[in-house]
Every structure is written in C-alpha cells, then in structure tokens.
Design a protein around this ligand. Structure first.
Ligand code: ADP
Ligand code: ZN
Length: 733
C-alpha cells in the first residue's frame, strides 16, 4: 500500500504537528509503507520513532514495536494517545508491568482493530498466549527498536532479541524495520543476518556531531584536573562517568567538599535517591552528576556542556553514546576522557569471570578503545570510521589531535610492508599478530604458526610493535586494510590497498601518543599528596600571623578563630589573590569566612607578591575526603533535613562518636552545618551557654583535645563536641 506525499505530509501535521520531515524520515516511511524492509541508522535525537509511528498510523493493521526500554514505552504510548485525533486504544504496550485486567483491555482493543501501535518487550513477545493473540490480527509491520541489542558485538546485547525472527515467522509475515543509534559495520551485518532482512534498504544518517570537542588526557592527578576544569567552567552542567559505584561515591564527595555542586547516581542507590539526584541535575540545582553508565538512558537534558570519562569506557560504542549526551542543543559540548593503560588492565581483569566467547569479544572491543585513545589521528575521523562512515576533512578543528597535531612522516614504505606481509600469509591474522611479526617480537601464537621463521619476521625491527600497530590502524582508516566482518578482528588488504601496493604514493602517517603508566588506584589519595603540609614562605607567614592578631583584636575573637594555622600555611604556598581563591585554595576557609576576614589577607599577599616578584603556582589544594569516610555528603544532607543524629548514625552504621568525628572533619574544611535543631532538643541550654562561652573566651585554639582536657569532668564528651561544632560553625567558619 503506497501512500501519497500529500497524505504523509497531512498526517505529519495532524498527528505530530510538524511541517516537514527531518533527514531521511520521508524516504524511510515511503519505503516501509510500500512494503520494503528497512534498516535505519540514526544518531540519538535524529527522529527515529517517527519513522515507525507515522506509518503505523496510516497503514492497515497493527504495527508491532519491539523495544527493551519499558519505561520509555509508556512515555511513547502516552505521547501518541495525546494526539488530537488519537483514541485511547490507538497505542498500547505489553510488558511484565501490566495487570491481568490491563492485559485484557489491550487484547480487546487489538481484536477490535483500534490499536495501530503495540509496543512489546522482547520477553513478552516470546509468550505463547501473546503469539496466539497476534496471529488473530493483521500486522502492518514489525519495528525492532534498539536493534543493536541483537548483536553480541553491540554494547547492549540481549539474548531475547535473537528470537525475534522466529517469532515473526510464527505470527505472520510483514515488513521489518530495524532501528538503532549505534552500529559498527559488524553489528549492522549481525542485525541484517539475524533478522533475515539482508534485502533491507539501509538508511544511514551521519553520526558526526560537529559541536562536540573530543579530548583524551593522560590520567595523572585526574581529580585535580577535573576540579580545575569544572571551576573554569563554573555554572555549566556536566556528567562525569566512572566505572564503579565506589568511585562514583568518592568522586561526588570529593567534588562536593571542594565546593562543586555534585551528586552521585548509580544503580546501588535506592530508587528515591536516584530519582531525586537526577531531578536535581535536570532542574539545575546541582551542576554535576557523577554516574556509572546506568545514568543517561532516556535522559534528554539539552544543555549538558561537558561529559568527562574518569575511566575509559569498555567500548567505543559506549563512549560514543555517553559523549553523545553533551551538547544536544547543538551548542558547545566538551568530551574529555582520562586514559591510562592500568585502567585497561583492570577492565581485562573484570572480564576474567565471564564465558570465553564473551571475553574474546570484550577484549577485542577494548583493543579498539585503546587504539582510539592512543591514536594521534583526528578523533572525529576515528570515531566515524568505527561506525563505517568516512570523514574526509583533514583537520576537524575540534579535537585534541587536530588542535595539537603531531609531526607526520611519509609512511609509503611502511604501509607497503604491511600489505606485503598480509598478502604473503595464507590466512588472515589480527592486528597485533601482524605488528609483532614486523617488529620481530615473537610469542607463543607466532611460534605455533612458525611465523618467526618468515622472511618478513623482523623486517621492520627498527620500530616497536606499537609503531606497527599504529601503521595498520591507519591503514584501516585509509581503507587500504579492513577488518573481516565474519571473523571479526582479522585484517585483510582491500582492493585499494592492493592498488596502493602496486603503485605506492605518499601517505602521511603519525605515531601514536604515549601516556604515562597511570597511578595505582589505592586511592588514599592522590589528593592527599597534593595537600601535604610543610613549608611555604616563612617571611610571609610571620606577616600573616601579625595581621591575624590585628584582625582578631578588631573582631574581639581569638586569632585562631580568624584563620587557623594550616590556612595561613596554605596562603604562603598558593598566594591567593582573591577571596574566591582564598576559600577555594586554603584549608578550613569557607566562603563565609573568606568574606568576613579575608580582604586584608589577600591585600597583604598581593602586595607581597608584587614587591617580591613572586611567580604564583598554577596550583591549588584539593580538599580531600578523609580516608574511609563513605558518607560526608549524605550526612550534610541528612542534617539539612534535620534528622536526629541517632538516626543518621544508625542509617550509616556508625556509633555516635564516629558520626561526631565525621561532622567535625566536615566542619574542619570550612563547611558549616546547623545542628541547633538537635542541640536544642537534647542539651540543657545552660550547659550549651557555658561551653560556648568557654570556647569564646578561654580557648586558645580550636583543638578538641585541649577542650576535652579543660572541660572534662564538668560536662559530657558529647556535649562538649556538639557545642564545639556549633561554635566553629557560628563563630569561626
Ligand atoms: P531518536 O529516537 O532518534 O533518539 P526521537 O524519535 O526521540 O529521536 O526524536 C527526537 C526529537 O526530534 C523529538 O523531540 C521529536 O519530537 C523531534 N522530531 C522528530 N521528527 C521531527 C520532525 N519531522 N520535525 C521536527 N521535530 C521532529
Ligand atoms: Zn579532529
């Protein structure tokens, strides 16, 4: 049933309210409505859903949409029902969340023929009773959304997806449209084969995201680098991805303690907290969400300005999806990834428990990620090539490698040597195998093939395996070489490559980048090292101490209440010149305190810096999360909600005195907490008054142990500590 142009445009307007089709939508819809199979590759946000929703509404019968995302199904169905001319039963979904009565309703509407679109989860599609039901009605077509789930080589393999073809065969024949936002050529071939739609017309939109900037950074002091980056981009929304829940928690805390509005998101949080944190990010109450990859599915925040990968992702597809959440509105989006080979080894170790076949795939995908990270080529070119798309511009102007290009060399001889080797072998081999032969580095596999006896073994031994790996990888980008789809990872020479071999010409290549080994992640803590105490500028220190005395006198407080010694020491190291720097870079100095006392200090420092022509370090102190404290941010939040301290302690599995220690260390960094709700409830007001006065008039430092010595006997420890916290927050901080 072909549908004419006028009808399609009319429906586009009446159902969806759009004046024009986007990209390939019209061609896809025409193809589907005229009975053809289609394969749609369109980046997220490209408008895939319309490609099956509109045909479903104009074609006879019911369209079956297979989708793994139960939550999104409901949204889509609600959206369609919201159309002006839509009836209630026009769209339905079938999945495990429905009650018996709801299922009955779906069945009735299907049999009455009012339902044009039926969303089903693949698990529900396999159920006998559903198959029986769908046999009874006319199916207009099948849409397989998130079709990459079919392939083990995709980033979200779901075994149920492999059964789709046989179920379609049981129900009744109808055209199939498969849609996905990520598919390497390998995944694409798996999809077409598995759905048996090799005749499908492939509609591929460009995956290029011109507004995204890509960069890979050496993973040296990443925490510090991230804080610096976020401060330079203050107020912008960003996502930081970490691989483990533990790292997510730590990072969120570290950021929060350093004055960045950040919250964690991962599957280990309870649903309520997760939803709250997500909402706060969407509503811009916080700037940064620190997340595992559990975050982002279906999130549609258009103005995410940066996506940072603290850990390298497991595959380039994952990387592309996650970075793709930046700059949805077409404006700026920075994608920064921290890379060290240690992380790769860690990922390999995680894989060890898995079935061998899965490990093999995982390792191969990881290799591609390494090749991407270490490459000195245009990132955009690498990414697009990975998805089977050519990017022909020489310099994209928006990736680290294009902005800081490395010297290139004419690699015609090297490339020829690679092709010569490939052609001299009877079978095809993997990239590292070929690179090792040329570099003359033997291993068990090479010996087993007797490849160490080849004439070309060591023919390029002036260079490393890594060098040759980079040449081969660039050969793939240049289409002289390619990876075999059936035996993924095996390299062969293309016709273009053979032509090059016969008539070699200049081909500019570049060596890979080198990265540091990476730090050991027994994290206690790169930030702690940064913090390390010790000597600053003794002359300035004594000047600051004098100033502190004057200021204390003026405010009628003890000198230590103005700024404690560690804060003064930091000032002599980092030379803060503004109140902002003072609070960001010096321990125990919160914003309030900087505002109250800071001005004469920064004035003095500025004068001192100028007179002595001091070069200030481009450096700051990362306030680190004390070891083992899992809970600081949560505690601050619980206090904000005025929860009794006993409840907070028990929910965190802490003794009261441990909780007080945690709160004390929060306060020591200059953060204020308000415990009055609890103190008023629990302590005798006279006691509070007396201890408070002691701190104000007699204490000579903020030391807890001095206070305990002086006050013990008269008061309980808990009382002294609580009032001390109150005092520090109200008077000192
Ligand atoms: P995808 O599933 O490919 O990520 P969606 O189907 O969710 O993308 O569509 C992305 C956005 O584009 C949605 O906000 C949708 O309403 C909008 N959109 C789709 N088609 C059109 C069109 N023809 N004109 C204008 N906006 C469109
Ligand atoms: Zn580039």
């Amino acid at each position: 049933m072909a549908v004419d142009t006028a009808t399609l445009h009319d429906k586009l307007k009446t159902f969806f309210g759009y004046d024009a089709f986007k990209g390939d939508q019209e061609r896809i819809i025409r193809h589907l409505t005229s009975g053809g199979n289609a394969f749609v590759l369109m980046p997220t946000g490209g408008g895939k859903s319309l490609c099956y929703q509109l045909p479903a509404l104009v074609m006879e019968g019911t369209a079956i949409v297979i989708s793994p995302l139960i939550a999104l199904m409901k949204n889509q169905v609600d959206a369609i029902r919201g159309f002006e001319s839509g009836e209630d039963g026009i769209a339905h979904f079938l999945n495990s969340s429905l009650s018996r009565i709801q299922i009955q309703e779906v069945q009735d509407d299907l049999l009455r023929g009012v339902t044009k679109l039926l969303y089903v989860a693949p698990e529900s599609l396999t159920k006998e009773e559903n198959i029986a039901l769908l046999k009874e009605i006319k199916i207009s077509f099948y849409a397989v959304d998130e079709a990459h789930c079919i392939s083990e080589w995709g980033h979200d393999f779901r075994p149920e997806y492999r059964k789709i073809r046989s179920i379609i065969d049981q129900i009744q024949p109808a055209p199939v449209i498969a849609l996905t936002a990520t598919a390497t050529p390998k995944v694409q071939s798996d999809i077409l084969k598995n759905l048996r739609i090799q005749d499908a017309v492939v509609f591929r939109s460009s995956f290029n995201r011109p507004n995204l900037y890509y960069e890979v950074r050496d993973k040296v002091e990443p925490e510090k680098d991230i804080i610096r980056y976020i401060r330079q981009n203050a107020g912008k929304s960003g996502i930081i991805y970490c691989l483990s829940r533990k790292k997510v928690e730590e990072m969120a805390q570290m950021l929060a303690i350093n004055g960045i509005k950040a919250l964690p998101y991962h599957a280990g949080l309870d649903a309520k907290t997760r939803a709250e944190n997500q909402d706060k990010f969407l509503m811009e109450e916080i700037d940064v969400i620190v997340a595992t990859i559990a975050f982002g599915m279906g999130i549609d925040k258009p103005d995410v300005r940066f996506v940072i990968h603290y850990d390298i992702p497991k595959s380039i597809e994952g990387y592309y999806q996650e970075t793709g959440r930046a700059g949805r509105d077409g404006k700026e989006g920075h994608c920064i990834t921290y890379y060290s080979y240690k992380d790769i080894q860690k990922l390999e170790k995680f894989m060890q428990g898995k079935p061998v076949a899965e490990q093999e795939i995982g390792k191969q995908l990881l290799k591609e990620t390494v090749a991407y990270a270490e490459s000195s080529q245009c990132r955009r070119k690498l990414l697009l090539n990975y998805f089977g798309e050519d990017y022909t511009q020489d310099n994209c102007g928006a990736c680290d490698n294009c902005l800081h290009p490395k010297a290139r060399f004419d690699g015609r001889e090297e490339m020829s040597l690679v092709i010569e080797l490939i052609e001299s072998l009877k079978e095809h081999f993997k990239l590292e195998h070929l690179a090792s032969i040329l570099a003359g580095v033997s291993n068990a596999l090479i010996k087993s093939y007797k490849h160490d006896e080849l004439p070309l073994f060591g023919a390029g031994k002036d260079h490393s395996v890594r060098f040759w790996a980079a040449v081969i990888h660039q050969g793939i980008i240049l289409h002289y070489l390619d990876k075999d789809i059936e035996n993924y990872g095996l390299i062969y020479a293309t016709d273009e490559g053979l032509e090059f071999y016969l008539n070699p010409h200049e081909v500019m290549l570049v060596e890979d980048r080198t990265f540091s080994e990476g730090e050991d992640e027994d994290d206690e803590d790169s930030a702690a090292a940064v913090n390390g105490g010790g000597g600053g500028d003794p002359v300035l220190l004594s000047m600051l101490k004098d100033l502190r005395k004057d200021v204390a006198r003026k405010y009628r407080v003890q000198p230590w209440m103005v700024f404690a010694d560690p804060a003064l020491e930091d000032m002599t190291i980092v030379y803060p010149l503004s109140l902002k720097e003072l609070s960001e870079k010096c321990q125990g100095v919160g914003e309030g305190k900087a505002r109250k006392y800071g001005q004469p200090f920064v004035d003095l420092i500025a004068k001192y810096v100028e007179e002595n022509e001091i070069e200030r370090p481009d450096d700051f102190v990362v306030k680190s999360v004390a070891a083992r404290s899992g809970n600081k941010v949560a505690i601050i939040q619980a206090i904000d909600r005025k929860l009794p301290l006993e409840d907070i302690a028990s929910s965190k599995g802490l003794e009261m005195s441990d909780l007080l220690t945690e709160i004390e260390s929060i306060v020591a960094t200059g953060t204020r907490v308000n415990l009055n709700y609890y103190i008023e409830e629990e302590l005798d007001p006279d006691v509070v008054q007396e201890i408070f006065t002691w701190f104000k008039e007699e204490a000579t430092s903020d030391s807890l142990s001095d206070a305990m010595k002086a006050l013990e006997g008269d008061y309980e420890e808990k009382e002294i500590r609580l009032v001390r916290i109150k005092f520090l927050c109200e008077v000192v901080n």
